[in-house]
Design a protein around this ligand. Structure first.
Ligand code: GLU
Length: 439
């Protein structure tokens, strides 16, 4: 905590003043999630009572807690969230995001998308999401561990294998899940691997979970390409983001013979019209950790990357990337959303007019939560599946969801996002009606 001594000693530690959330619900992401939902609700003529119940999450929790930094006298106040959108379908499910922009509205939007995603995949879960408003890149490993354990304690009563099962999301990974699993297990006195998914395999994680989101996205790109008569072996692809989703999607697209002409990470975007050599890229990243400076490609801006002419464009980074401003200049045939919420509602209309085929986020990135479901099933049955079995089941579930969405989109003449949302919303609405209102 600041003291006069600290005031004079600013170089030590990296204490940042607490950022006070002025408007927790005020989030463009929540506005987007709600407008997408209301558009689908109107088209499907959703019961008004059910519509209003689904516009906001059923349970939300905001916690503020202390995190001791490596500089022992520095204690930062941190805000954390856990949101459960729908409790009707079974336990709630969704990742935990560490990012400096996280607020209640953003986490609620992400939880709502998890509900539709799980329902579209026919998984027995409602949607949830968690978040902590910090920049994990600025924290040391011991700081991250202390932060994670304290956050896990703060939400300890809200989570549980039959209640709410966290997983990784942006800024978190298998190690963070291991710390949460350990913290939870310490409280009950025995190991509870099934309280989180996306764990390291040795702690009960599933084979194939790490790469599942990227792999699933590429399974769906293959379905979309077959539908549009695009030969992926002769295609070009651009991937925005080289984190867990983007990196694996790039790898699997390359395996199918697509020429990867553009990629990006936080440092820059790269373009090579003849296709990037991924071995060279990965070697470079091992030594330099960021893409910037990679010799065998041109550095371009993020905007230029998104506007490259290509067969497949996969936004796998942040939300709000394709908007009314740049949608007119998007020149891909398939837009494959690996990120959550990368496209605005106005952009959706523009892309539809341009005839771009969209694999919407709740379908495109559903491979992650689907293998998370397999992980939870394996843990509760104390039985482990082979990678082959995981991938076969993943493929079956994703292709089935793709087909249902495509049929609805063609039959009702609506875009793929709205079709996917209606698929998801209608099962939740049916379940809510069947369960009725208590008391
Ligand atoms: N965070 C991922 C998502 O947005 C995965 C959630 C999970 O595996 O539960 O879908």
């Amino acid at each position: 905590m600041s003291s006069n001594k600290k005031e004079n000693d600013k170089d030590k530690g990296h204490h940042t003043p607490v950022s006070i959330p002025k408007a927790e619900w005020d989030s463009s992401m929540l506005e987007l999630a709600q407008s997408q939902f209301l558009k689908a609700a109107a088209l499907m003529d959703l019961d008004e009572n059910i519509r209003d119940r689904l516009l906001f999450p059923q349970r939300t929790m905001i916690v503020s807690f202390p995190c001791r930094l490596d500089e022992y006298s520095d204690v930062e106040t941190v805000f954390g969230y856990r949101v459960q959108h729908v409790l009707t379908m079974g336990p709630t499910k969704g990742g935990i995001r560490y990012h400096e922009d996280v607020n209640l509205g953003e986490v609620s939007a992400l939880a709502m998308w998890m509900t539709w995603k799980c329902s579209l995949m026919h998984l027995p879960f409602g949607g949830a999401k968690g978040g902590v408003r910090i920049n994990p890149q600025k924290m040391s490993r011991p700081e991250l561990q202390r932060l994670t354990r304290r956050y896990a304690m703060e939400i300890n009563n809200m989570i549980g294998p039959d209640k709410d099962i966290p997983a990784p999301d942006m800024g978190t990974n298998a190690q963070v899940m291991a710390w949460i699993m350990d913290t939870y297990s310490q409280q009950v006195g025995y190991a509870v691997p099934e309280v989180v998914t996306g764990k390291p395999v040795v702690l009960g994680g599933s084979h194939g979970r790490e790469e599942a989101t990227g792999r699933g996205l590429v399974y769906l790109i293959k379905e979309a390409a077959d539908h549009l008569n695009i030969d992926l072996n002769k295609s070009t692809a651009v991937i925005q983001g080289y984190g867990n989703v983007g990196r694996h999607a790039t790898h699997f697209l390359d395996e199918l013979g697509a020429s990867i002409i553009g990629i990006s990470d936080v440092s820059c975007a790269l373009y090579n019209s003849k296709g990037l050599n991924l071995h060279e890229v990965n070697d470079w990243l091992e030594k330099n950790s960021v893409l910037q400076g990679f010799p065998n490609a041109d550095e371009i801006s993020n905007q230029e990357l998104l506007e490259l002419e290509c067969d497949v464009l996969a936004p796998c980074a942040l939300q709000n990337q394709i908007t009314a401003d740049n949608a007119p200049y998007i020149k891909c045939k398939i837009l494959a959303e690996g990120a959550n919420g990368p496209t605005s509602l106005e952009a959706d209309g523009i892309l539809a007019d341009k005839g771009i085929f969209v694999l919407p986020d709740i379908l495109g990135n559903a491979g992650g939560v689907t293998v998370s479901y397999f992980e939870w099933v394996q843990n509760t049955q104390e039985f482990s599946w082979t990678l082959e079995k995981v991938n076969n089941h993943l493929h079956k579930i994703l292709v089935h969801a793709f087909q249902r969405t495509l049929v609805r989109s063609q039959r009702d003449k609506i875009d793929m996002r709205t079709a996917a949302l209606i698929e998801g919303i209608s099962r939740v609405a049916e379940a809510k009606l069947l369960r009725g209102v208590f008391p």
